[in-house]
Every structure is written in structure tokens, then in C-alpha cells.
Design a protein around this ligand. Structure first.
Ligand code: FES
Ligand SMILES: [Fe+2]
Length: 383
């Protein structure tokens, strides 16, 4: 038998209770979300000095600010006096380089988080102002993309952050791209269910008829031609169903399959470009690169049964400026597909509450789920 990606044995899935119990969810927040590098946003979402965004990750709330000198910094969004939240809005702009707590007005320097002053009539002798600065969160600006590390302990490692890292991404110059559109949606499912759905195409023909038409290999319920045990034999057939790639004549993931005359040069130069390249970074983001745009999908846990999806569409400036380029052509197609996935994830979630102790099963095409489960199980004991 030839080399192929598929599993040759059925594998036990995670216990169904792990998709809805709060114990496992709390453990995931501590063991995974606090420790891993988490995608926040493209830096152009914080364009001006003193602009900020806040990020909900489960119960945590993180503050990311561009200081007066244009440097990005991140802190736990918590006042060191008695714990009030500092910035309540999703995004905004500070008046100056000070963060002032709304409760009793302690104020902090934005650039280094140092406590500048309290509002008490006297600072007690045993109170060292230097020991009451904000808790720093690790921040890495990578190709224009902001990643944070809540524990501020792990060193950044590009290869480890993207499991399917390919240096092509450095040549793309994503920092020069513009965010043409964003979309946010809460999905009633555990965050792991979203990743599982992302990791297989067993659902593609029935859940995504339009996408399976555009990317014919998906209509075979596989993600890659090498998922099939007889792929070598089948690859002699010159049909994209067996070769991979987009349907004949199609250029991009868009409503009509057209790239509307705008191709990213470096992507266009890739020999046999398959139509899409995916980059994945558990637990928070995947990025899909197409011939004319890039889509970044951020996954955040809300609670054990809810997650939020935040999507950014990146375009080259010249594409956005082209009056003949309609960005809705790619946005509408992506939303169609993501809405279908979201419905499937909610369908999955609705069934996990019944009192069964029998776990589900991973079938041959679900090899990526197995890898995901192994990665999770290294960090959390699922019961
Ligand atoms: S809680 Fe912030 S100043 Fe009191
Ligand atoms: Fe899907």
C-alpha cells in the first residue's frame, strides 16, 4: 500500500463531556490559553498612537495598546489597586500616555505599565510604587500580525507557532497589507469543535456544496489527494478531483471564482499553486492565502459552550484601490462557507449533553483531529 495521510485504525475521540464541562474548560484556559502564543489582530487594527483593543479569552481580558512612541504593548486589563478592569470597550483611543482606572483613579504609564500615582492622601511607607505596575503580557509583532502570550514566559518560535510553517509567508509582506473587512460571530459550540470541523473534509460535500464544486478534491470528502490510500493510481487522472487545485478556469475563493485581475505577485509565481495555502496555529488562528487576498480567522473561547470567531480579510493596497475589484466577491463566499461550518459546529454541540460515557470515533480521513487531540491531551486530562 502506498504512503497516505489517512488513519489505518479507528481512534477514540475525546469524551463528549469535554465539550461542555466547565472543569475541562478551566483547565484549558490555564494549561493552553495562558501558555500558548495567541493571535490578537493585524497591527493595522491599531493604527494610531494611543489606540487600543481589548481581547476576551474565556474569562480573561487583555489590553493591547500602541503607545505614544508607536510601540505595541500588552497588559492584563486589570488595575493593581483592587482589580477593576481598566479599559471596558472593545477598542478605543486614550487621551494621553496614561491609563487611568475609572474606579479610584490610579494611573499607569502606557509604555511600561508603571504606576505613576494613586489617589490616596498619603502613600504608606511600606508601599513601593515600583511594585504595583501593570502585569505585562508577552507581545510579538510578526509580519504585521500581533500575537500575545498571557503568561509572558514562552519565547516566540515561528516554526513552533505555525505547525505548517512555510517561509513563503515572510515574503508576502503581510505588514503591508490592508484590512479590507472584518466579521465577528459568536458560535454556540465549544472551541475544540470548531477546530475539529476545520480539520476534516468528511463533511464537505453535504455541508459545503459550493466549496466542493470550487475545490473538486473536497467533493471526495478529503482535504488532500494524498489522504486517499490509492492516490498514486488516481493521480494519473488529469482531473482536479484527483490532482487537487481549483476547478478549471477558477482563480480564487470567490462567488464567481474570479480574482478580478488582481493577483498577489509572489503567490501567482508559485508553480502549481493549489488555489489555497493554509497556515494553522493552535489554539487561536488559521490563515488562508489565496491568489488575490488573505483571510485570517481567529478562534477564541467564550465559555465551555460558546466561542467567538473574528475574521480579517487582507488585501494589497492596490487591490483595494482598484475600482474594478469588488471585495464582496471574496467576502460573501467566505461568509457562506463559514456560516455553513458554524451551523455544523452548533449541530455537533447540541448533541454532546446526553449522559453517555461512550466517546465518538475518528475515521480514516480524520487524521488531523487525532493530531489535535494528542496536542490537547499533552496539556489537559479530559474526563
Ligand atoms: S480598582 Fe483601580 S484604582 Fe481602585
Ligand atoms: Fe467546513
Amino acid at each position: 500500500m502506498s504512503n497516505n495521510n489517512s488513519l489505518n485504525k479507528a481512534v477514540k475521540s475525546l469524551p463528549l463531556s469535554s465539550y461542555c464541562n466547565t472543569k475541562n474548560f478551566e483547565d484549558e484556559l490555564t494549561a493552553i490559553w495562558q501558555n500558548e502564543w495567541i493571535y490578537a489582530s493585524h497591527e493595522k487594527m491599531l493604527l494610531e498612537p494611543l489606540s487600543y483593543i481589548t481581547l476576551n479569552i474565556g474569562k480573561y481580558n487583555i489590553l493591547i495598546i500602541r503607545d505614544k512612541n508607536n510601540e505595541l504593548v500588552a497588559y492584563l486589563n486589570t488595575c493593581r489597586h483592587r482589580g477593576s478592569i481598566l479599559c471596558e470597550e472593545k477598542s478605543g483611543k486614550l487621551k494621553n500616555n496614561l491609563l487611568v482606572c475609572r474606579y479610584h483613579q490610579w494611573s499607569y504609564d502606557v509604555s511600561d505599565g508603571k504606576l505613576i500615582k494613586t489617589s490616596s492622601f498619603k502613600v504608606p511607607d511600606n508601599f513601593n510604587i515600583d511594585e504595583h505596575g501593570l502585569d505585562r503580557v508577552g507581545l510579538k509583532l510578526w509580519n504585521g500580525l500581533i500575537f500575545i502570550n498571557i503568561n509572558n514566559k514562552s519565547a516566540w518560535n515561528t516554526e513552533n507557532t505555525f505547525q505548517d510553517y512555510d517561509p513563503i509567508i515572510n515574503d508576502l509582506g503581510l505588514n503591508n497589507f490592508e484590512v479590507g473587512h472584518t466579521w465577528q460571530k459568536n458560535i454556540k459550540c465549544n472551541w475544540k469543535i470548531f477546530w475539529e470541523n476545520y480539520s476534516e473534509c468528511l463533511h464537505c460535500p453535504n455541508i459545503h456544496p459550493e466549496l466542493s464544486d470550487l475545490v473538486p478534491v473536497y467533493s471526495r470528502r478529503i482535504m488532500d489527494i494524498k489522504d486517499s490510500p490509492d492516490w498514486e493510481e488516481l493521480s494519473k487522472i488529469s482531473d482536479p478531483k484527483f490532482q487537487g487545485g481549483l476547478k478549471e478556469g477558477m482563480e480564487s475563493w470567490s462567488m464567481n471564482g474570479s480574482a478580478q485581475g488582481n493577483k498577489i505577485k509572489i503567490i501567482d509565481e508559485i508553480e502549481n499553486f493549489p488555489g489555497q495555502i493554509y497556515f494553522t496555529s493552535w489554539p487561536s488562528v488559521f490563515m488562508a492565502i489565496f491568489i488575490d487576498h488573505v483571510r485570517i480567522v481567529r478562534i477564541m473561547p467564550v465559555d465551555s459552550e460558546t466561542m467567538s470567531l473574528n475574521v480579517e480579510w487582507l488585501f494589497e493596497a492596490k487591490t483595494l484601490a482598484d475600482p474594478n475589484y469588488d471585495i464582496n466577491n471574496v467576502i460573501d463566499f467566505a461568509i457562506l462557507v463559514m456560516q455553513q461550518d458554524s451551523d455544523a459546529c452548533e449541530l455537533n454541540q447540541k448533541g454532546v449533553y446526553n449522559p453517555t460515557s461512550k466517546p465518538g470515533t475518528l475515521m480514516p480521513e480524520e487524521y488531523e483531529l487525532k493530531r489535535f487531540h494528542e496536542w490537547l491531551q499533552e496539556k489537559v486530562s479530559y474526563v
